[in-house]
Design a protein around this ligand. Sequence first.
Ligand SMILES: Cc1cc2nc3c(=O)[nH]c(=O)nc-3n(C[C@H](O)[C@H](O)[C@H](O)COP(=O)(O)OP(=O)(O)OC[C@H]3O[C@@H](n4cnc5c(N)ncnc54)[C@H](O)[C@@H]3O)c2cc1C
Length: 389
Amino acid sequence: MRSPSAFTGDYPEIREAVAQLCADFPGDYWRALDQERAYPTEFVQALTEAGYLSVLIPEQYGGAGLPLGAACAILEEIQRAGCNGGACHAQMYTMGTLLRHGSEQQKQRYLPAIASGELRLQAFGVTEPGSGTDTTRIRTRAERDGDHYVINGSKVWISRTEHSDLMVLLVRTAPRDAGAKPSDGMSVLLVDLREAVGQGLTIKPIRTMMNHATTELFFDDLRVPAENLVGEEGRGFRYILDGMNAERILIAAECIGDARYFVDRASSYAGDREVFGRPIGENQGVQFPIARAHVQTEAAAAIVQEAARRFDAGDDCGAQANMSKLLASEAAWAAGDTCIQTYGGFGFAEEYDIERKFRETRLYQVAPISTNLILSYVATHELGLPRSY
Ligand SMILES: Cc1cc2nc3c(=O)[nH]c(=O)nc-3n(C[C@H](O)[C@H](O)[C@H](O)COP(=O)(O)OP(=O)(O)OC[C@H]3O[C@@H](n4cnc5c(N)ncnc54)[C@H](O)[C@@H]3O)c2cc1C
């Protein structure tokens, strides 16, 4: 099913080892979970034990200290193998907020345990029902009361909270109009979910079109120790923004994996399936869309690689991170559409996994940032056009 050049990207040894691990989690494993909307516990455990989810944690804190490009290779191969890294990709990068802005004491306390897999930090609470993409309008607030913060409010679409020990949470600690800018007055708290649930935090699962373990959160006087504040009070929005480039590049890499999965599957099927006495892939009406999907995928992959290279070199990569997420998510969707068309009726049958992957990859044109907001970023930051908001 794989092309001969399958492992010739960056980090070929890592890619091959990830593909081997993923071979133990074939389509029927994912189909059964999809039916129940159940969490892939065994898969996440296998990735954790192999050390793949801690590659970005520096060696001094027990991780592998690898560049973002290596993490991209891991996530891409997971998706290319037909698995779903959405269940655990945030374990790789959510710790970045702590790593960049946490105190040394916080890092020593949490990062080694996250690296070993003893603690899961894969929940990231920003989005709220009332604010949408306009993060400065979040209303969940934390008020200082002695040596605690008391949190009230709600969040929506917060993924993996039921499968995480810790959560990075963005809250308002001062009103929107109290600071010089609307983005002032927000803070990041590290919430220990093991202590919080039932003590002021209620988690309500949201059933979605794909298996994604996402939830709504309700805070009712949840008390969080003040020592769990990450960085300075009031500067949380900047800390969250800092982590977004890495997240976008990693998710773009997942989309490249999805796109290559669809191109692999479509090519293979078109070569095998005989109709009118010959393989359907002999018809240019079948082979050209697959070739186009491949071209689109490889173009997007080149920008993802460039974005990761710039990130790892410490260069400004905001434009590349955004553009790579847009192009890769669209390449994956187009390749999925072509794959379904190539499979004909069988593309709709659950047992072929195409429809499942098609549902799963659709998310990435909306989350973690929607296509329009990326276009707005490019228009205003890259092209100097006036802001619309
Ligand atoms: C399955 C899933 C998992 C998620 N996981 C998490 C998570 O773990 N943590 C978390 O914090 N969030 C999470 N999210 C939230 C996700 O980041 C948001 O859904 C996404 O950023 C879009 O925000 P919104 O849904 O509020 O859309 P809105 O902001 O309401 O926007 C709706 C539509 O309008 C468009 N739009 C809005 N404003 C403009 C404008 N000015 N110009 C042009 N178009 C505009 C948008 O592009 C979008 O298409 C998740 C979402 C989903 C669906």
